[in-house]
Design a protein around this ligand. Structure first.
Ligand SMILES: [Zn+2]
Length: 182
């Protein structure tokens, strides 16, 4: 039996989260019976165990405890998607696919050919200006597939404060285990 904390709200579906500390949090609709929740949680046991293992591996590699997230549950991806929508319009580009993933050595990536963008979910541990900067950076790559002066002029033109976000990301680089194996 999995130990979990239960939060009920006006949501329609059940969601299970394994937090960075390995604790399991279940979000459920107001009226879903406890027995049904237990059944659903039990049916996800393999997934929960796999998540816990991934976290353990990550924590073994990480130099220190993760800082608290700047975002509430599910809020990070929502915020990121909103920012992407807004910046796609401003930059006049469209990403064919946006993925969210825990990456070990980079904050984001862009595959120009397939117009795919990936954001590191670890950006949740950095101030929002960092997320916005990475969104702008990766979307700008859909226009300039390089780090040429023109690329940086575009970034600076639309996001004049981007260097402050860059500095904060550099300070947070220890969160990326791949970056610490210098
Ligand atoms: Zn780049």
């Amino acid at each position: 039996m999995t130990v979990y904390t239960l939060t009920r709200s006006r949501r329609k579906t059940l969601a299970i989260h394994v937090k960075p500390d390995g604790a399991v949090e279940v979000r459920a609709p107001l009226r879903l019976a406890k027995r049904e929740i237990d059944r659903l949680v039990a049916s996800k046991l393999q997934w929960i165990e796999r998540k816990k293992e991934q976290i353990a591996v990550y924590r073994a590699a990480a130099p220190a405890e993760l800082p608290p997230s700047y975002y509430g549950d599910g809020e990070f991806e929502r915020t990121a998607r909103d920012l992407i929508k807004m910046w796609e319009q401003r930059l006049g580009v469209t990403a064919a696919f946006v993925g969210f993933r825990r990456m070990t050595s980079r904050w984001g990536s862009c595959t120009f050919r397939t117009r795919r963008i990936r954001l590191n979910t670890a950006l949740a541990y950095c101030p929002q200006e960092c997320l916005e900067y990475v969104v702008v950076h990766e979307l700008t790559h859909l226009r300039e597939n390089n780090h040429s002066p023109r690329f940086w002029a575009t970034v600076a033109g639309v996001l004049p404060g981007y260097k402050s976000a860059q500095a904060k990301l550099r300070a947070a680089q220890w969160i990326l285990p791949g970056k610490n194996q210098a």
